[in-house]
Write a protein that binds this ligand. Sequence first.
Ligand code: UD1
Length: 424
Amino acid sequence: MKYLKINGNKEISGEISISGAKNAALPLIAATILSKNELVIDNLPDVVDINTFLKLIDMLGGSFEKDSSKSATAVKINTANINNTTATYDIVKTMRASILVLGPLLSRFGKCEVSLPGGCAIGQRPVDLHLKAMEQMGAVIEINHGYIKATAPNGLKGAKIVFDKVTVGGTENAVMAASMAKGTTTIVNAAKEPEIVQLCEIIRDAGVSVEGIGTSKIIIEGTNGKLLDMQNFSVIPDRIEAGTYMCAAAICNKKLKINNIMPQHLEAVVSKLEEMNFEVLQDETSITILPTTEIKPVNIITSEYPGFPTDMQAQFMALATQANGTSTIDERLFENRFMHVSELARMGAEIHLNGNIASIKGNAKLFGADVMATDLRASSALVLAALVADGETNIHRIYHLDRGYEDLEGKLTKIGVDVKRFTE
Ligand code: UD1
Protein backbone atom coordinates (compact mmCIF):
# COMPACT_ATOMS: atom_id res chain seq x y z
CA MET A 1 0.00 0.00 0.00
CA LYS A 2 1.11 3.55 -0.64
CA TYR A 3 1.51 6.36 1.81
CA LEU A 4 2.38 10.06 1.60
CA LYS A 5 5.13 11.66 3.64
CA ILE A 6 4.67 15.39 4.12
CA ASN A 7 7.27 17.57 5.77
CA GLY A 8 5.29 20.35 7.41
CA ASN A 9 5.89 23.99 8.20
CA LYS A 10 6.87 24.83 4.67
CA GLU A 11 6.15 28.03 2.83
CA ILE A 12 3.68 27.71 0.00
CA SER A 13 3.15 30.14 -2.87
CA GLY A 14 2.18 30.38 -6.53
CA GLU A 15 -0.71 29.04 -8.53
CA ILE A 16 -2.65 25.79 -8.90
CA SER A 17 -4.75 24.66 -11.84
CA ILE A 18 -7.93 22.74 -11.02
CA SER A 19 -8.98 19.56 -12.86
CA GLY A 20 -12.40 18.51 -14.10
CA ALA A 21 -14.99 17.64 -11.47
CA LYS A 22 -15.08 13.95 -10.56
CA ASN A 23 -18.65 14.22 -9.27
CA ALA A 24 -19.82 15.87 -12.49
CA ALA A 25 -17.94 13.44 -14.71
CA LEU A 26 -19.37 10.27 -13.12
CA PRO A 27 -23.05 10.90 -14.03
CA LEU A 28 -21.98 12.37 -17.37
CA ILE A 29 -20.17 9.15 -18.29
CA ALA A 30 -23.26 7.22 -17.14
CA ALA A 31 -25.40 9.44 -19.38
CA THR A 32 -23.39 8.37 -22.46
CA ILE A 33 -25.30 5.07 -22.17
CA LEU A 34 -28.23 7.09 -23.59
CA SER A 35 -26.23 8.32 -26.57
CA LYS A 36 -26.75 7.05 -30.11
CA ASN A 37 -23.40 8.38 -31.27
CA GLU A 38 -19.78 8.25 -30.16
CA LEU A 39 -18.71 11.39 -28.28
CA VAL A 40 -15.67 13.04 -26.73
CA ILE A 41 -15.67 14.18 -23.12
CA ASP A 42 -12.94 16.72 -22.41
CA ASN A 43 -11.46 17.84 -19.07
CA LEU A 44 -11.97 14.39 -17.54
CA PRO A 45 -9.92 14.14 -14.36
CA ASP A 46 -7.38 11.31 -14.30
CA VAL A 47 -8.45 9.84 -10.94
CA VAL A 48 -9.22 6.29 -9.86
CA ASP A 49 -13.02 6.73 -9.64
CA ILE A 50 -13.24 7.96 -13.22
CA ASN A 51 -11.03 5.16 -14.49
CA THR A 52 -13.20 2.68 -12.59
CA PHE A 53 -16.36 4.11 -14.16
CA LEU A 54 -14.83 3.88 -17.64
CA LYS A 55 -13.98 0.26 -16.85
CA LEU A 56 -17.62 -0.29 -15.93
CA ILE A 57 -18.71 1.11 -19.33
CA ASP A 58 -16.23 -1.29 -20.92
CA MET A 59 -17.64 -4.23 -18.92
CA LEU A 60 -21.12 -3.38 -20.15
CA GLY A 61 -19.86 -3.68 -23.74
CA GLY A 62 -19.09 -0.02 -24.51
CA SER A 63 -15.62 1.23 -25.36
CA PHE A 64 -13.43 4.22 -24.60
CA GLU A 65 -10.04 5.57 -25.62
CA LYS A 66 -7.96 8.64 -24.89
CA ASP A 67 -8.36 11.26 -27.61
CA SER A 68 -5.01 13.00 -27.52
CA SER A 69 -5.78 14.74 -30.83
CA LYS A 70 -8.16 16.93 -28.81
CA SER A 71 -6.37 17.27 -25.44
CA ALA A 72 -4.55 15.27 -22.78
CA THR A 73 -7.75 15.03 -20.77
CA ALA A 74 -10.16 14.03 -23.55
CA VAL A 75 -11.71 10.58 -23.79
CA LYS A 76 -13.79 9.22 -26.66
CA ILE A 77 -16.68 7.02 -25.51
CA ASN A 78 -18.83 4.72 -27.59
CA THR A 79 -21.78 2.94 -26.00
CA ALA A 80 -23.50 1.75 -29.20
CA ASN A 81 -22.54 -1.87 -28.57
CA ILE A 82 -23.55 -2.21 -24.95
CA ASN A 83 -24.92 -5.74 -24.65
CA ASN A 84 -24.63 -6.41 -20.93
CA THR A 85 -26.87 -4.75 -18.37
CA THR A 86 -25.29 -6.03 -15.14
CA ALA A 87 -23.02 -3.95 -12.90
CA THR A 88 -21.34 -6.58 -10.77
CA TYR A 89 -20.38 -6.45 -7.09
CA ASP A 90 -16.62 -6.42 -7.72
CA ILE A 91 -16.90 -3.02 -9.42
CA VAL A 92 -19.79 -1.50 -7.43
CA LYS A 93 -18.10 -2.28 -4.10
CA THR A 94 -15.13 -0.09 -5.07
CA MET A 95 -17.33 2.84 -6.07
CA ARG A 96 -20.83 3.64 -4.83
CA ALA A 97 -21.41 5.93 -7.80
CA SER A 98 -21.79 2.80 -9.99
CA ILE A 99 -25.48 3.03 -8.98
CA LEU A 100 -25.65 5.84 -11.57
CA VAL A 101 -25.93 3.27 -14.38
CA LEU A 102 -29.32 2.19 -13.01
CA GLY A 103 -31.38 4.99 -14.59
CA PRO A 104 -29.79 5.02 -18.05
CA LEU A 105 -29.59 1.20 -18.41
CA LEU A 106 -33.19 0.76 -17.35
CA SER A 107 -34.34 3.56 -19.61
CA ARG A 108 -32.51 2.23 -22.67
CA PHE A 109 -32.87 -1.55 -22.25
CA GLY A 110 -35.93 -1.89 -20.01
CA LYS A 111 -33.91 -4.00 -17.58
CA CYS A 112 -30.71 -4.05 -15.56
CA GLU A 113 -29.04 -5.57 -12.53
CA VAL A 114 -26.86 -3.47 -10.27
CA SER A 115 -25.15 -4.75 -7.17
CA LEU A 116 -26.33 -3.00 -3.99
CA PRO A 117 -23.61 -0.53 -2.98
CA GLY A 118 -23.94 -1.21 0.76
CA GLY A 119 -22.63 1.08 3.49
CA CYS A 120 -19.46 3.09 3.44
CA ALA A 121 -17.15 4.90 5.80
CA ILE A 122 -19.28 8.05 5.94
CA GLY A 123 -22.55 6.40 6.86
CA GLN A 124 -25.26 4.08 5.76
CA ARG A 125 -25.97 5.83 2.44
CA PRO A 126 -29.05 3.91 1.26
CA VAL A 127 -30.35 3.97 -2.34
CA ASP A 128 -34.05 3.70 -1.46
CA LEU A 129 -34.85 7.06 -3.07
CA HIS A 130 -33.21 6.01 -6.37
CA LEU A 131 -35.32 2.83 -6.38
CA LYS A 132 -38.55 4.61 -5.45
CA ALA A 133 -38.05 7.05 -8.33
CA MET A 134 -37.59 4.17 -10.80
CA GLU A 135 -40.71 2.45 -9.42
CA GLN A 136 -42.71 5.63 -9.84
CA MET A 137 -41.70 5.53 -13.50
CA GLY A 138 -43.09 2.02 -13.82
CA ALA A 139 -40.10 -0.17 -13.02
CA VAL A 140 -40.46 -3.34 -11.00
CA ILE A 141 -37.64 -3.69 -8.51
CA GLU A 142 -36.55 -6.84 -6.72
CA ILE A 143 -33.60 -7.22 -4.40
CA ASN A 144 -32.04 -10.66 -4.73
CA HIS A 145 -28.68 -11.97 -3.52
CA GLY A 146 -27.35 -8.45 -3.01
CA TYR A 147 -28.46 -7.28 -6.45
CA ILE A 148 -31.05 -4.72 -7.50
CA LYS A 149 -32.96 -6.34 -10.34
CA ALA A 150 -34.99 -3.73 -12.21
CA THR A 151 -37.34 -4.39 -15.12
CA ALA A 152 -39.63 -2.26 -17.23
CA PRO A 153 -40.60 -4.49 -20.18
CA ASN A 154 -42.74 -1.78 -21.78
CA GLY A 155 -40.27 1.00 -21.06
CA LEU A 156 -40.30 3.67 -18.37
CA LYS A 157 -43.17 6.14 -18.20
CA GLY A 158 -43.01 9.78 -17.21
CA ALA A 159 -44.15 10.40 -13.63
CA LYS A 160 -44.21 12.95 -10.84
CA ILE A 161 -41.33 12.16 -8.51
CA VAL A 162 -41.27 13.99 -5.19
CA PHE A 163 -38.04 13.24 -3.38
CA ASP A 164 -38.51 12.92 0.41
CA LYS A 165 -34.95 14.14 0.83
CA VAL A 166 -32.68 16.09 -1.49
CA THR A 167 -30.42 13.51 -3.11
CA VAL A 168 -27.71 14.26 -5.66
CA GLY A 169 -27.33 10.73 -7.05
CA GLY A 170 -31.09 10.09 -6.86
CA THR A 171 -31.83 13.23 -8.88
CA GLU A 172 -29.17 12.26 -11.44
CA ASN A 173 -30.64 8.78 -11.89
CA ALA A 174 -34.16 10.22 -12.23
CA VAL A 175 -33.01 12.78 -14.83
CA MET A 176 -31.28 10.12 -16.92
CA ALA A 177 -34.17 7.67 -16.65
CA ALA A 178 -36.70 10.37 -17.57
CA SER A 179 -34.78 11.35 -20.73
CA MET A 180 -35.76 8.22 -22.65
CA ALA A 181 -39.04 7.54 -20.85
CA LYS A 182 -42.47 7.93 -22.46
CA GLY A 183 -44.07 11.24 -21.49
CA THR A 184 -43.34 13.97 -18.99
CA THR A 185 -41.45 13.52 -15.73
CA THR A 186 -41.56 16.19 -13.05
CA ILE A 187 -38.89 15.91 -10.37
CA VAL A 188 -39.81 17.86 -7.23
CA ASN A 189 -37.30 18.60 -4.43
CA ALA A 190 -34.52 17.93 -6.94
CA ALA A 191 -30.90 18.61 -5.99
CA LYS A 192 -29.44 21.81 -7.50
CA GLU A 193 -25.71 21.07 -7.46
CA PRO A 194 -23.67 22.40 -10.43
CA GLU A 195 -23.00 18.76 -11.35
CA ILE A 196 -26.75 18.25 -11.88
CA VAL A 197 -27.00 21.48 -13.86
CA GLN A 198 -24.33 20.22 -16.26
CA LEU A 199 -26.01 16.82 -16.60
CA CYS A 200 -29.34 18.50 -17.45
CA GLU A 201 -27.66 20.84 -19.94
CA ILE A 202 -25.93 17.97 -21.76
CA ILE A 203 -29.24 16.09 -22.00
CA ARG A 204 -31.02 19.26 -23.19
CA ASP A 205 -28.28 19.84 -25.80
CA ALA A 206 -28.92 16.27 -26.98
CA GLY A 207 -32.42 17.32 -28.04
CA VAL A 208 -34.48 16.56 -24.92
CA SER A 209 -36.79 19.21 -23.48
CA VAL A 210 -35.53 19.93 -19.94
CA GLU A 211 -37.06 22.78 -17.95
CA GLY A 212 -36.19 24.14 -14.53
CA ILE A 213 -32.46 23.41 -14.79
CA GLY A 214 -30.77 24.50 -11.56
CA THR A 215 -34.05 24.70 -9.65
CA SER A 216 -35.69 22.21 -7.30
CA LYS A 217 -38.33 21.35 -9.94
CA ILE A 218 -37.05 19.75 -13.13
CA ILE A 219 -39.46 18.86 -15.94
CA ILE A 220 -38.31 16.46 -18.66
CA GLU A 221 -40.11 15.38 -21.81
CA GLY A 222 -38.82 11.86 -22.55
CA THR A 223 -37.99 10.61 -26.05
CA ASN A 224 -40.09 7.42 -25.72
CA GLY A 225 -37.18 5.05 -26.25
CA LYS A 226 -35.26 7.07 -28.84
CA LEU A 227 -31.52 7.33 -28.15
CA LEU A 228 -30.17 10.85 -27.65
CA ASP A 229 -28.10 12.90 -30.06
CA MET A 230 -25.33 13.68 -27.56
CA GLN A 231 -22.69 16.27 -28.43
CA ASN A 232 -19.04 16.55 -27.32
CA PHE A 233 -18.56 18.53 -24.11
CA SER A 234 -16.06 19.52 -21.45
CA VAL A 235 -16.53 18.68 -17.74
CA ILE A 236 -16.93 21.64 -15.33
CA PRO A 237 -14.05 22.33 -12.93
CA ASP A 238 -13.95 20.51 -9.58
CA ARG A 239 -15.29 22.91 -6.94
CA ILE A 240 -14.26 20.58 -4.10
CA GLU A 241 -10.67 20.23 -5.34
CA ALA A 242 -10.60 24.03 -5.67
CA GLY A 243 -12.01 24.50 -2.16
CA THR A 244 -9.43 22.10 -0.78
CA TYR A 245 -6.52 24.14 -2.22
CA MET A 246 -8.20 27.35 -1.01
CA CYS A 247 -8.04 25.80 2.47
CA ALA A 248 -4.36 24.94 1.87
CA ALA A 249 -3.66 28.63 1.33
CA ALA A 250 -5.72 29.56 4.38
CA ILE A 251 -4.21 27.02 6.78
CA CYS A 252 -0.68 28.06 5.76
CA ASN A 253 -1.87 31.69 5.80
CA LYS A 254 -0.15 32.33 2.48
CA LYS A 255 -1.18 33.80 -0.85
CA LEU A 256 -2.28 31.25 -3.44
CA LYS A 257 -4.06 31.62 -6.78
CA ILE A 258 -6.48 28.88 -7.80
CA ASN A 259 -6.98 28.79 -11.59
CA ASN A 260 -9.35 27.19 -14.06
CA ILE A 261 -12.44 27.29 -11.85
CA MET A 262 -15.98 28.66 -11.83
CA PRO A 263 -16.00 30.93 -8.75
CA GLN A 264 -19.81 31.07 -8.76
CA HIS A 265 -19.80 27.41 -7.64
CA LEU A 266 -17.76 28.31 -4.56
CA GLU A 267 -19.85 31.06 -2.97
CA ALA A 268 -20.48 29.25 0.33
CA VAL A 269 -16.81 28.31 0.68
CA VAL A 270 -15.62 31.85 -0.13
CA SER A 271 -18.09 33.30 2.32
CA LYS A 272 -16.79 31.09 5.18
CA LEU A 273 -13.18 32.03 4.34
CA GLU A 274 -14.21 35.68 4.45
CA GLU A 275 -15.86 35.11 7.84
CA MET A 276 -12.52 33.70 8.94
CA ASN A 277 -11.02 37.07 7.98
CA PHE A 278 -9.32 36.12 4.70
CA GLU A 279 -9.42 38.47 1.76
CA VAL A 280 -10.56 36.57 -1.33
CA LEU A 281 -10.02 38.06 -4.80
CA GLN A 282 -12.01 36.70 -7.70
CA ASP A 283 -12.18 37.04 -11.45
CA GLU A 284 -14.10 34.98 -13.99
CA THR A 285 -11.95 31.86 -13.77
CA SER A 286 -9.79 32.20 -10.66
CA ILE A 287 -9.77 32.89 -6.94
CA THR A 288 -6.82 34.24 -4.96
CA ILE A 289 -6.60 33.82 -1.18
CA LEU A 290 -4.58 36.47 0.64
CA PRO A 291 -2.99 36.00 4.07
CA THR A 292 -4.61 37.57 7.13
CA THR A 293 -3.36 39.06 10.43
CA GLU A 294 -5.75 36.88 12.43
CA ILE A 295 -7.62 33.70 11.43
CA LYS A 296 -11.02 34.05 13.08
CA PRO A 297 -13.13 31.07 14.24
CA VAL A 298 -16.19 30.10 12.23
CA ASN A 299 -19.50 28.25 12.59
CA ILE A 300 -20.49 25.97 9.74
CA ILE A 301 -23.64 23.98 8.99
CA THR A 302 -23.39 21.62 6.02
CA SER A 303 -26.28 21.62 3.60
CA GLU A 304 -27.31 20.94 0.03
CA TYR A 305 -26.10 23.31 -2.71
CA PRO A 306 -25.98 26.29 -2.69
CA GLY A 307 -25.29 25.84 1.05
CA PHE A 308 -21.96 24.82 2.53
CA PRO A 309 -20.89 21.46 1.01
CA THR A 310 -20.44 18.44 3.27
CA ASP A 311 -17.50 17.55 0.99
CA MET A 312 -15.62 20.63 2.35
CA GLN A 313 -16.36 20.02 6.02
CA ALA A 314 -13.23 17.99 6.87
CA GLN A 315 -10.92 20.53 5.21
CA PHE A 316 -12.46 23.40 7.20
CA MET A 317 -12.05 21.36 10.37
CA ALA A 318 -8.31 21.17 9.75
CA LEU A 319 -8.27 24.91 9.04
CA ALA A 320 -10.28 25.69 12.21
CA THR A 321 -7.47 24.21 14.35
CA GLN A 322 -5.44 27.30 13.37
CA ALA A 323 -8.16 29.89 14.15
CA ASN A 324 -7.95 32.23 17.09
CA GLY A 325 -10.87 30.74 19.07
CA THR A 326 -13.29 27.83 18.99
CA SER A 327 -15.19 26.93 15.79
CA THR A 328 -18.16 24.61 15.31
CA ILE A 329 -19.14 22.34 12.44
CA ASP A 330 -22.64 20.89 12.33
CA GLU A 331 -22.79 17.98 9.84
CA ARG A 332 -26.37 17.66 8.63
CA LEU A 333 -26.07 15.35 5.59
CA PHE A 334 -24.24 12.25 6.73
CA GLU A 335 -24.46 10.60 10.13
CA ASN A 336 -20.89 9.37 10.44
CA ARG A 337 -18.72 11.88 8.70
CA PHE A 338 -16.26 12.73 11.48
CA MET A 339 -13.78 9.90 10.96
CA HIS A 340 -11.00 12.45 10.52
CA VAL A 341 -11.49 13.79 14.07
CA SER A 342 -9.53 11.03 15.79
CA GLU A 343 -6.75 11.25 13.19
CA LEU A 344 -6.49 15.05 13.54
CA ALA A 345 -6.33 14.48 17.32
CA ARG A 346 -3.26 12.29 16.77
CA MET A 347 -1.63 15.39 15.28
CA GLY A 348 -2.48 17.52 18.33
CA ALA A 349 -5.91 18.93 17.42
CA GLU A 350 -8.46 19.34 20.19
CA ILE A 351 -11.90 18.53 18.81
CA HIS A 352 -14.93 17.73 20.89
CA LEU A 353 -17.81 15.78 19.34
CA ASN A 354 -21.40 16.04 20.46
CA GLY A 355 -23.57 14.02 18.08
CA ASN A 356 -23.26 15.66 14.67
CA ILE A 357 -21.63 18.82 16.03
CA ALA A 358 -17.87 19.20 16.32
CA SER A 359 -16.25 21.97 18.39
CA ILE A 360 -12.72 22.68 17.24
CA LYS A 361 -10.34 24.49 19.57
CA GLY A 362 -8.13 26.94 17.72
CA ASN A 363 -4.46 27.91 18.08
CA ALA A 364 -3.50 24.22 18.05
CA LYS A 365 0.18 23.40 17.77
CA LEU A 366 0.04 20.50 15.33
CA PHE A 367 2.84 17.94 15.06
CA GLY A 368 3.64 15.29 12.50
CA ALA A 369 2.35 11.76 13.16
CA ASP A 370 1.34 8.55 11.42
CA VAL A 371 -2.30 8.92 10.41
CA MET A 372 -4.81 6.92 8.44
CA ALA A 373 -6.97 8.19 5.58
CA THR A 374 -10.55 6.98 6.03
CA ASP A 375 -12.50 8.53 3.16
CA LEU A 376 -11.76 10.86 0.30
CA ARG A 377 -12.35 14.25 1.92
CA ALA A 378 -11.22 13.14 5.41
CA SER A 379 -7.89 12.31 3.80
CA SER A 380 -7.52 15.79 2.37
CA ALA A 381 -8.04 17.24 5.88
CA LEU A 382 -5.01 15.21 7.01
CA VAL A 383 -2.96 16.56 4.10
CA LEU A 384 -3.92 20.13 5.07
CA ALA A 385 -3.05 19.56 8.74
CA ALA A 386 0.29 18.08 7.67
CA LEU A 387 1.17 21.30 5.81
CA VAL A 388 1.38 23.21 9.11
CA ALA A 389 2.42 20.38 11.43
CA ASP A 390 5.81 20.41 13.04
CA GLY A 391 7.86 17.58 11.49
CA GLU A 392 6.85 14.71 9.23
CA THR A 393 3.37 13.30 8.76
CA ASN A 394 2.86 9.91 7.13
CA ILE A 395 -0.63 9.56 5.67
CA HIS A 396 -1.49 5.91 5.14
CA ARG A 397 -4.19 4.37 2.90
CA ILE A 398 -3.94 7.18 0.38
CA TYR A 399 -5.92 5.21 -2.18
CA HIS A 400 -8.81 7.27 -0.81
CA LEU A 401 -7.09 10.45 -2.03
CA ASP A 402 -6.29 8.88 -5.39
CA ARG A 403 -10.02 8.30 -5.94
CA GLY A 404 -10.65 12.03 -6.32
CA TYR A 405 -7.56 14.26 -6.41
CA GLU A 406 -5.70 14.39 -9.71
CA ASP A 407 -1.92 14.65 -9.41
CA LEU A 408 -2.08 15.68 -5.75
CA GLU A 409 1.67 15.40 -5.15
CA GLY A 410 2.49 17.22 -8.40
CA LYS A 411 0.20 20.12 -7.57
CA LEU A 412 1.41 20.37 -3.95
CA THR A 413 5.07 20.14 -5.01
CA LYS A 414 4.52 22.95 -7.50
CA ILE A 415 3.44 25.30 -4.70
CA GLY A 416 6.40 24.36 -2.51
CA VAL A 417 5.20 21.46 -0.33
CA ASP A 418 7.75 18.78 0.56
CA VAL A 419 5.67 15.69 -0.25
CA LYS A 420 6.66 12.23 -1.42
CA ARG A 421 4.85 8.95 -2.07
CA PHE A 422 6.23 5.68 -0.70
CA THR A 423 5.17 2.04 -0.70
CA GLU A 424 4.79 0.45 2.76
C1 UD1 B 1 -23.06 12.94 -3.69
C2 UD1 B 1 -21.57 13.16 -3.86
C3 UD1 B 1 -20.87 13.21 -2.50
C4 UD1 B 1 -21.54 14.27 -1.62
C5 UD1 B 1 -23.05 14.05 -1.55
C6 UD1 B 1 -23.77 15.17 -0.81
C7 UD1 B 1 -21.11 12.09 -5.97
C8 UD1 B 1 -20.50 10.95 -6.71
N1 UD1 B 1 -21.04 12.07 -4.65
O1 UD1 B 1 -23.24 11.69 -3.06
O2 UD1 B 1 -19.50 13.54 -2.71
O3 UD1 B 1 -21.00 14.18 -0.31
O4 UD1 B 1 -23.61 14.00 -2.88
O5 UD1 B 1 -23.49 16.39 -1.39
O6 UD1 B 1 -21.62 13.03 -6.57
N2 UD1 B 1 -30.04 9.27 0.86
C9 UD1 B 1 -31.05 8.40 1.23
N3 UD1 B 1 -31.57 7.56 0.28
C10 UD1 B 1 -31.13 7.57 -1.02
C11 UD1 B 1 -30.11 8.47 -1.39
C12 UD1 B 1 -29.60 9.30 -0.42
O7 UD1 B 1 -31.47 8.37 2.39
O8 UD1 B 1 -31.65 6.79 -1.83
C13 UD1 B 1 -29.46 10.16 1.87
C14 UD1 B 1 -27.97 9.92 2.10
O9 UD1 B 1 -27.75 8.87 3.02
C15 UD1 B 1 -27.52 11.25 2.62
C16 UD1 B 1 -28.39 12.24 1.84
O10 UD1 B 1 -29.51 11.49 1.37
O11 UD1 B 1 -27.79 11.38 3.99
C17 UD1 B 1 -27.72 12.91 0.66
O12 UD1 B 1 -27.13 11.91 -0.14
P1 UD1 B 1 -26.93 12.09 -1.72
O13 UD1 B 1 -27.17 13.52 -2.07
O14 UD1 B 1 -27.75 11.06 -2.43
O15 UD1 B 1 -25.40 11.77 -1.89
P2 UD1 B 1 -24.67 10.99 -3.06
O16 UD1 B 1 -25.35 11.23 -4.35
O17 UD1 B 1 -24.45 9.57 -2.63
